[in-house]
Every structure is written in C-alpha cells, then in structure tokens.
Design a protein. Structure first.
Length: 102
C-alpha cells in the first residue's frame, strides 16, 4: 500500500512540475509573433482552410476554384474577388498569406 501511495505522490508532483514548462513553451511560441504563411497559389483547399482564420473548407475550395479559373493570384487583395472573402477576412489573414512570387 505504501508503494501505491508513493507512486501516486510522485506522479502528482511530476505533473505539478511539468505544467509550468508546457505553459511556458506555448506562451513563448505565441509571444514570438511568428505566423505560419501559406502560398495560396499552390496550396490545396484543406491546407488553406487550416491556415487561414475564418476560412472554412467551402471558402477554401472557392479560393482554389478561382485560382484554377483565373490563374495565380497576383496580389493579396485579389483574394477579395472570391465569393465569401471580404475586407475583414483579408485583413485578419494578411500576414498568413503568401504568393508564389514572394
């Protein structure tokens, strides 16, 4: 019985020590200001949906369809020609969007 209590105490103490370390890692990644960028001229719909805020799979499919119909995006602003992408969505994601030519 003593061994079980010791083991439970050891796990509890380890979890207390490990929690601040994982929290610090998450905070430093968020504080670094690094934003993952996605090339909207080559990414598939699933990758676009995962990378852009407020863009689900349906909007991402519209982005890909627009690109296939009209060719590569020449500017980030051209993304607003896609149905469902407005100025707010564009501004929220401007730092995340890359063009193949950049």
């Amino acid at each position: 019985m003593k061994l079980n209590r010791w083991f439970a105490t050891a796990i509890f103490l380890f979890s207390l020590l490990a929690a601040p370390l994982s929290l610090a890692a998450e905070t430093s990644a968020a504080d670094s200001g690094e934003v993952a960028r996605i090339d909207i001229n080559s990414a598939d719909a699933a990758a676009i949906a995962a990378a852009l805020d407020g863009v689900g799979l349906v909007k991402a499919q519209e982005i890909v369809a627009y690109r296939e119909m009209f060719g590569a995006f020449q500017s980030v602003e051209e993304l607003m020609e896609v149905k469902g992408i407005g100025p707010g969505t564009l501004e929220r994601n401007r730092e995340r969007i890359a063009l193949e030519s950049e």
